[in-house]
Every structure is written in structure tokens, then in C-alpha cells.
Design a protein around this ligand. Structure first.
Ligand code: RIB
Length: 334
């Protein structure tokens, strides 16, 4: 059991408050000799500040929560890494939890993190949440701590949110395939409840409309933002006459390529593909994959800045207007 302030004070023959001043480097009139003695006792006995005790005084735990829908998805694991690095620079600890894209888990994890005393919350909601928007808004409206919705947002709910322009991202990807001469372009997307996937479908349709192309129903293939969803979508694609594919995220693209590989089909020789997230270039051997880049560094740093603005001590808390930050994706052509 690490030594406490009280035990150090007893050993040094000085008050607990004096020991606290010395170990917290606060101004004091304690002799250098006594300061050295206090530091020596603390070091020899592995003294560590009791953050729980401190939080009772400061009413801050310097701990934040991050809820992500799929920790196996490189997009979210990278986002978690960037946020953890950024918040730790300023003395915060980040508790990262995974909802596995379930709304019930979103609710449970919000309560769990609050019970752990987090000072603030980053929230990338599950796809299922879009079937329970009213209930989620009610929950978030009553949250006792500041929060930021990241990447997956509730458009009609005024709160802190940082996300990318999904319509433009998909439009750029599809426009590129059209400019390459493709007219039979399919779109592999997430389930139709996913709002950011619906926006990507709209961006795809916007580009196709500009070329006066009527999109056959079988060209739009809903999957699930995961490798296995892309694999099954690959089977569907082979039943169509399309020559190019816009895939709404990299995990599904891996599944499509896996299915094609099993069938002896080669990318880009047999099909052109443009993906989304731009996270595979280090993993795909021999395949140059163009992809829409959502700068996750920018997403993480912007989200942390928004939440940090809210983490002011109670006496400075201001009724700040929620920040709504829409970032621009970029098409990376390979
Ligand atoms: O790959 C996961 C996808 O879901 C990303 O495109 C990101 O936008 C997230 O919402």
C-alpha cells in the first residue's frame, strides 16, 4: 500500500498541510532541510498523489471518457489513440470503451463513465442510436458533464459536434470514377440507418445525377461497415454489370477485395475501386487504392479543443454556445 500524506507527516514530524504544500510544489515557508526530508520519505515509500481524495476537493478527476462503436475498426482505434495522446498532454486520463455499435451499450457506457466520475465525454454513437434519436437526445440533454459528438452526429440536436462533410467526400470519390470514364458505378454502403452512410449515398447520387445516370437499384448495396459486410457485398457486385465501385469505408473494401481475390478477380485490372477512410495504404500489397481521407488527427485535435473549452472550473463555467464543426474530407488518388 503506497504511503499516505498522513504517514509522511508523522515520520517527518510536521503537519499534513505542510507535507501537501511541499509535494505539490506550492509556495511555503518550510526549511530546505525539512523539504528534503519530506521528499526523501515520499520517494523511498513510493508516494503517489491520491487522485480520488484530490477530486473530492477540486471536484475534477482529470479523467475523460470516449465511447466508440467498433474498436476493431482502424478509424476508431486511430481516433482513440490521438485523443489519448492529446488529453494526456494536459494531465487527463482517457477511459476508452466500445459500444459494439449497440444503442443499449451507448446508454450503459454513458452511465458507467459518469459513475467513474469523468469530467467530460467524447461520443461516437452506434449506428443503432439512429433508431432511438429521441431517447438519446433526452439522455444527452440531462448529462451533468460536457460532451462532444464525434464523427457520427445527430443533425437536429444542437450540441458540441465535430464531424466530416460526408456528402462532399462521396461526391469527390464518385466524380473521380466518372471522370475516369466509368458509368456503371456501384456503391457499397452501411445499413440504411447510418446517417453518415446515407450522406455518402447522397454524395454518390449527386455525382451520378450530374452525369444524367439513372442508378439501378442493385447498384446500391447496404452492408455493415465491417469486413464481412464488404465480403458479402462483393458477392452482390459480381451479379451486376458495374465496372467500378465506390465503397463507403475501408473495412468493407477489405471484404470486397477478399471476395474478388477468392474469385480470381483483380483490382484495379478488373474493377476500379475508390474507398473511404484512407487507412489501408500501408496494408494493401500491389493494390493502389484511391480513398477519401478523413484526417483523424484533425478530427481528434478539434474535438479535444471543443471539450477543453467546456472543462472550466465551476466558478468560470460559462453558458457557451455549442460548437458545430464540419471538417472537409480530401480524395487521395493512387
Ligand atoms: O470506418 C468507419 C466509418 O464509420 C468511418 O468512415 C467513420 O466516418 C465512421 O463513422
Amino acid at each position: 500500500m503506497p504511503i499516505t500524506l498522513k504517514e509522511i507527516a508523522k515520520q517527518a514530524g510536521i503537519s499534513i498541510s505542510s507535507v501537501s504544500l511541499v509535494l505539490n510544489n506550492k509556495p511555503n515557508r518550510i526549511s530546505e532541510q525539512t523539504k528534503e526530508l519530506i521528499k526523501k520519505i515520499a520517494e523511498e515509500n513510493q508516494y503517489r498523489p491520491n487522485t480520488i481524495a484530490r477530486s473530492l476537493v477540486t471536484r475534477q478527476t482529470k479523467t475523460l471518457g470516449l465511447i466508440i462503436p467498433d474498436i476493431e475498426n482502424i478509424f476508431f482505434s486511430k481516433l482513440a489513440k490521438i485523443l489519448e495522446i492529446e488529453v494526456r498532454k494536459e494531465g487527463y486520463t482517457l477511459i476508452i470503451v466500445n459500444s459494439n455499435d449497440k444503442f443499449s451499450e451507448d446508454l450503459l457506457l454513458i452511465d458507467l463513465l459518469i459513475s467513474r466520475g469523468v469530467d467530460g465525454l467524447f461520443l461516437a454513437i452506434s449506428n443503432e442510436s439512429y433508431l432511438h434519436e429521441e431517447e438519446l437526445v433526452e439522455k444527452l440533454t440531462k448529462l451533468p458533464i460536457p460532451f462532444v459528438m464525434i464523427d457520427r452526429i445527430l443533425e437536429s440536436f444542437e450540441c458540441n459536434k465535430v464531424y466530416f462533410d460526408n456528402i462532399t467526400g462521396a461526391y469527390l470519390a464518385t466524380k473521380y470514377l466518372l471522370e475516369q470514364g466509368h458509368r456503371k458505378i456501384s456503391c457499397v454502403c452501411n445499413t440504411y440507418i447510418s446517417k453518415n452512410s446515407l450522406s455518402r449515398i447522397n454524395g454518390y447520387k449527386k455525382a451520378m445525377d450530374e452525369y444524367k445516370i439513372k442508378v439501378p437499384k442493385e447498384y446500391i448495396i447496404p452492408a455493415n461497415y465491417r469486413v464481412e459486410g464488404g465480403y458479402l457485398a462483393g458477392e452482390q457486385i459480381l451479379k451486376t454489370d458495374c465496372t467500378a465501385i465506390f465503397v463507403c469505408n475501408d473495412m468493407m473494401t477489405l471484404g470486397v477485395i477478399k471476395k474478388f481475390y477468392e474469385c480470381g478477380i483483380h483490382v484495379p485490372d478488373d474493377y476500379s475501386i475508390v474507398s473511404y477512410d484512407n487507412l489501408l495504404s500501408d496494408f494493401l500489397f500491389g493494390i493502389k487504392l484511391s480513398s477519401v481521407d478523413q484526417d483523424i488527427n484533425e478530427l481528434g485535435i478539434s474535438s479535444w479543443k471543443v471539450l477543453k473549452d467546456c472543462l472550466v472550473s465551476d466558478d468560470q463555467k460559462r453558458e457557451s454556445i455549442p460548437q458545430d464543426i464540419c471538417l472537409s474530407p480530401k480524395l487521395i488518388i493512387r
